[in-house]
Write a protein that binds this ligand. Sequence first.
Ligand code: ADP
Ligand code: MG
Length: 240
Amino acid sequence: MSLLSVSGITKRFGGITANRDISFEVEAGELIGIIGPNGSGKSTLFEVISGFYHPDAGVVRLDGSALTGLSPDHVCRRGIARTFQKLRPFAGLTVVDNVMVGALTRTRDVRHARARARELLDRVGLVEKADAYARTLSTGQRKRLELARALATEPRVLLLDEVTGGVDQRSIPGLVQLVRDLHRGGLTLLVVEHNMRVITAVAQRIVALYLGEKIADGAPDVVTRDRRVVEAYLGQAYVQ
Ligand code: ADP
Ligand code: MG
């Protein structure tokens, strides 16, 4: 049985079908890249998997048990964490307190949560900013904060929505290395990412979406040469 199963997910907003009958399986320890042009339904799929949206049809299962109807905090307790494409840290809280919000989903002991938060800030390379207010961070630092906050909930599956999006070029290799290290540590990841160099460097498998539908699913070298993917998204650079 796969760790995460996405089965027949459809999500509509009025006349727009943001996700249409999307299915795929995720094995424990996999790192899957999700690609597709803007508006293809990537973020909506993450909202559905993490319980922020309830699908109109289909079911998401973690370890065989359905997450249907669970609230985001219950989905999080089951072991699915996500970062947001539009960053939303608690701007008026310090960096360490932001991460503690995540840690407190697993412990009621504030001292323990604080220690865990510092440990994770160290892991993401942000510990020297622990006592700064979140609003003072750069975009790259906020991405690291989001990662630490998500990790503090002790996920089994981590969903990353455009982790290098809007980040200056120099910060990208460090973020990519961080994602690699998490994967190497055994975490299962779904990564939405526009930077194809990043995706092909980290992903074992790619799922491509277009107009709300899954149009390809497979090894990166196969998917990036798939004619429909090239036409929908990648452009001629990838055609051999
Ligand atoms: P992506 O992340 O791939 O850019 P999204 O999942 O954000 O795509 O959006 C998919 C489609 O669903 C788009 O047409 C978008 O306008 C629409 N959509 C997403 N969220 C909402 C919402 N909350 N209300 C209405 N339409 C939405
Ligand atoms: Mg998006």
